[in-house]
Write a new protein. Structure first.
Length: 68
């Protein structure tokens, strides 16, 4: 079994496959799309644990997988 996490700065957040797919679309919009220099991404929309992260050049974001 594996657990996937989004590492944002020195924080680590659990990320679902659906959230990861949304993240990739947001990354493409910022890095590949014309005219967008940044975008706010809601990791857990519609929940009581909102987590907004900034997607912008120079902001470190990685996906990690930890094996149990």
């Amino acid at each position: 079994m594996s657990n996937r996490y989004l590492r944002y700065g020195n924080q680590r957040y659990i990320i679902s496959k659906e959230a990861e797919a949304r993240l990739h679309r947001s990354l493409a919009a910022v890095y590949d799309g014309p005219g967008r220099s940044h975008e706010w991404f809601n990791l857990y929309p519609g929940t009581e644990a909102p987590c907004r992260i900034l997607i912008a050049p120079g902001v470190p974001i990685t996906i990690e997988e930890l094996l149990d």
